[in-house]
Design a protein around this ligand. Structure first.
Ligand code: PGA
Length: 253
């Protein structure tokens, strides 16, 4: 059974105090997750240790980093390695968010190195992919996303790809209040799964969680998550508000 995941991406928001309060409020809400459900919080690096502590002992709640270096260690001022994350007991890491691709020039090749680093340290990468508005308007989104998958993921073995979570995030829907329709999300998720099937076979492809991201809110999460191929969401803005994110967790299948 595929994992259903509600993942919060705080991005570069909230002070340490605000983040601490938000996690406390979320934990006090006491939402019990089913065995197949996961709640994930991708917090800024300086908050990782606090966040791991805040969710301690809660079943199926995990903390994620928002990024990691493609290098193992060494003279890379300002970078954070997968090994460092592992030493803090971090189990998940976002890789290839469109903001990293756009503002920090992360290419498919760099991202494939980051994926390798995460896997080497037993960290589950949440690999983000998705097209911009121009690509969507030219109806090239399927080819575009397939290439992102091929160039960053398809060097992996079957055992390795099973450790990956994929998040489809159309760039035109991120932070814009414009959500992909359920049909658009479902259509792309089917396309991603069929790429996985071609490369790794049906049984592997069926086990990989594919999340949707882009203006997921309390009031649209349920409908999006109902689609057979949408296994939860990666949530930016709405994850900063406790009451919103609580409803999004509750909307998981
Ligand atoms: P959003 O961001 O929910 O604010 O659109 C999603 C994301 O970028 O992960």
């Amino acid at each position: 059974m595929r994992k259903q995941i509600a993942a919060a991406n705080w991005k570069m928001n909230l002070t340490y105090q605000q983040g601490t309060t938000l996690l406390k409020t979320l934990m006090e809400a006491g939402i019990k997750l089913k065995e197949n459900q996961i709640a994930l919080f991708a917090v800024p690096f300086p908050y990782l240790e606090m966040a791991v502590h805040a969710i301690q002992n809660k079943n199926n709640y995990f903390i994620a980093a928002q990024n990691c270096s493609d290098k193992k260690s060494g003279a890379y001022t300002g970078e954070v390695s997968a090994e460092m994350l592992k030493s803090l007991n971090i189990k998940y890491c976002l890789v290839g968010h469109s903001e990293r691709r756009e503002y920090f020039a992360e290419t498919n090749k760099i991202l494939s190195d980051k994926i390798n680093m995460c896997l080497a340290y037993d960290i589950t990468p949440v690999f983000c992919c998705g097209e911009n508005l121009q690509t969507r308007e030219q109806n090239q989104q399927n080819t575009f996303v397939a290439q992102q998958l091929r160039e960053s993921l398809f060097h992996l073995t079957k055992e390795q790809i099973l450790k990956i979570v994929i998040a489809y995030e159309p760039i035109w829907a991120i932070g814009t209040g414009k959500t992909a329709s359920t049909e658009q999300a479902q259509e792309m998720h089917v396309c991603i799964r069929s790429e996985l099937k071609n490369q790794y076979g049906n049984s592997v492809a069926d086990q990989i969680s594919i999340l949707y991201g882009g203006s997921v809110k309390a009031n649209n999460a349920k409908e999006l998550f109902l689609s057979e191929n949408v296994d939860g969401g990666l949530v930016g803005g709405a994850s900063l508000v406790a009451s919103e994110f609580i409803e999004i967790i509750k909307a998981l299948k």
